[in-house]
Design a protein around this ligand. Structure first.
Ligand SMILES: Cc1ncc(C[n+]2csc(CCOP(=O)(O)OP(=O)(O)O)c2C)c(N)n1
Length: 514
């Protein structure tokens, strides 16, 4: 056994069973180990931003880390933006990066760089593994670090000689670190505070927005009448008919302030206080109402779902949530294709239990509003604001949940960052329907230009926000990457194409000319 084999076997022993890879010479022994060791499914991605975004999508849905395999500093750097998003989502990722052999570094060959330096800002744990004998234990520690509550990117940098030199054996899985149980004292304090009649909002995030956590939040809502809220970009939420209703905080700061007006106390469950996405001249960044008390029921590393259950019990809340989202399908619109009619058709025709890898940007408002009352689904948004995540996220989600339909509503501008994900969808035959909102624009930046106070713009500035000239042809792009694609210019065309995509399995792309 060499170091690479001991590392791969350790990943498998620790429950890591998929690897999103774009390797090079320094990772050749790791690549070879994918055959000699069984149990780690390799998925080739044609750009590292796809690999890292896919690892994020996989981790969010599977609740356990995928591995990446990246080529030295530049390969890692290509993947950084989506590792930033993964860090913001607190997704567990085991980020494996190859390096030159230890004795080669002194010669400063072309690809030499400060890999740990690239990795640190996006990683909760970084380690350089320089000995084949230690590769296995380092890999086990990387998995433990990635899984430690609430989850993080753990970067393991493996020297080429640590990969090819002899190793002794693989390591076994280490115990999980956390989530920490919230103390009975804190539960009691929060129960008391929530019984004092003040206007209360509960801001949910992480496990508090899914499964038992969400149900317990519903019980507390039934007992106290508190508002249940989630962030605009809560990384993982279960929504739709039959679920406990949660209000999503709006995007722009002044909307957030209006939305929260009158709130006297806010209970944080795995969340942090709401702030404006960007700063704007003369507008506040801090969106918590004046005088509103912030109370932390559970910090992100604590067991927010369990804390909600304990709180519900402590308050003698009803055994079940009372309020449930009622199914309200919008019907099929006709005529004009715009972000509203696209949303209505998606809501009407998407089956139960779909996963939305959502980067719909300026088209998101009608989508989120219609989906809120549509069939039950899982929502995965752009968690860290770095665009080019939706398509990779869809790849990872589809591999984590092969029996569920994945829908990827995506701005055309953002999709152009990581369009190579379509090739991986085709190669792996993933059941993903991508909808490209072909508005030929960085539309959001038109609003932002005005909001940051620019009085008027000229041709050069306008050209920076415009995607005509030449127009990207998404039907051809997808076809060229192996994905069946079509273009819709009316609501009727879109409905027909979307319905056919819902009935078939495998990757599809619809270019919606909005
Ligand atoms: C990595 C990164 N680069 C640039 C931006 C700035 N940015 C935010 S939205 C956007 C344009 C998005 O265009 P598109 O996906 O077509 O959506 P639309 O605004 O048209 O709805 C850009 C460039 C960003 N958020 N992240």
């Amino acid at each position: 056994m060499n170091g690479a084999q001991s590392l791969v076997q350790t990943l498998v022993n620790c429950g890591v069973d998929i690897c999103f890879a774009n390797p090079g010479t320094s990772e050749m022994h790791l690549v070879a180990a994918l055959d000699s060791v069984k149990g780690l499914r390799p998925v080739l991605c044609l750009f590292e931003g796809v690999a890292t975004g896919a690892a994020d999508g996989f981790g969010r849905i599977a609740g356990k880390p995928a591995a990446t395999l990246l080529h030295l500093g530049p390969g890692l750097a290509n993947g950084l933006a989506n590792l930033h998003n993964a860090r913001r989502a607190a997704t567990p990722v085991v980020n494996v990066v190859g390096d030159h052999a230890t004795w080669h570094l002194q010669y400063d060959a072309l690809l030499t760089s400060d890999i740990a330096g690239f990795a640190r800002p996006v990683s909760g744990w970084v380690h350089e593994s320089k000995s084949a004998k230690l590769a296995a234990s380092d890999a086990a520690r990387a998995v433990q670090a990635a899984r430690a509550a609430p989850g993080c990117v753990a970067t393991l940098i493996l020297s080429a000689d640590a990969a090819w030199n002899p190793a002794e054996r693989a390591a076994e899985r280490l115990p999980d670190i956390g989530p920490a149980r919230v103390s009975a004292d804190r539960i009691e304090d929060v129960a008391r505070l929530m019984s004092d009649g003040r206007k209360t909002a509960v801001l949910l995030r992480g496990p508090a927005l899914i499964g038992d956590g969400l149900e317990a939040a519903g019980r507390i809502q039934a007992k106290t009448g508190a508002r249940l809220l989630c962030d605009t970009f809560a990384p993982h939420a279960e929504m739709g008919a039959g679920r406990v209703p949660v209000e999503r905080i709006p995007y722009f700061g002044e909307q957030v302030t209006a939305f929260l007006a009158g709130t006297e106390q806010m209970i944080m469950v795995g969340s942090t206080p709401p702030v404006s996405f960007f700063a704007y001249p003369g507008k506040p960044s801090w969106c918590v109402p004046e005088g509103c008390e912030l109370i932390y029921l559970a910090h992100p590393h604590e067991d927010g779902a369990r804390a909600l259950q304990d709180l519900a019990d402590a308050m003698a809340a009803p055994k079940q949530a009372v309020s449930r989202v009622a199914l309200q399908l919008p019907g099929l619109p006709t005529g004009l294709l715009n972000s509203l009619s696209v949303a209505q058709i998606i809501a009407q025709l998407t089956p139960d239990n779909a996963i939305y890898a959502d980067e719909s940007n300026t088209s998101s408002l009608p989508l989120l509003m219609t989906l809120a009352r549509a069939r039950p689904h899982t929502h995965l948004p752009l968690a860290g604001g770095s665009i080019g995540q939706g398509l990779p996220l869809a790849v990872g989600a589809a591999l984590a949940a092969p029996d569920r339909k994945v829908v990827c509503p995506h701005g055309d501008g953002g999709a152009a960052y990581t369009m190579q994900a379509l090739w991986t969808m085709a190669r792996e035959k993933l059941d993903v329907t991508t909808v490209i909102y072909a508005n030929r624009s960085y539309a959001i930046l038109n609003y932002e230009m005005y909001r940051v106070g620019v009085p008027g713009i000229g041709d050069h500035a306008r050209a920076m926000l415009d995607l005509h000239n030449p127009e990207m042809n998404w039907t051809q792009i997808a076809g060229g990457l192996g994905v069946e694609a079509s273009r819709a210019t009316t609501a009727e065309e879109f409905a027909t194409q979307y319905q056919s995509a819902m009935k078939q399995r495998g990757p599809r792309l619809i270019e919606a000319m909005i």
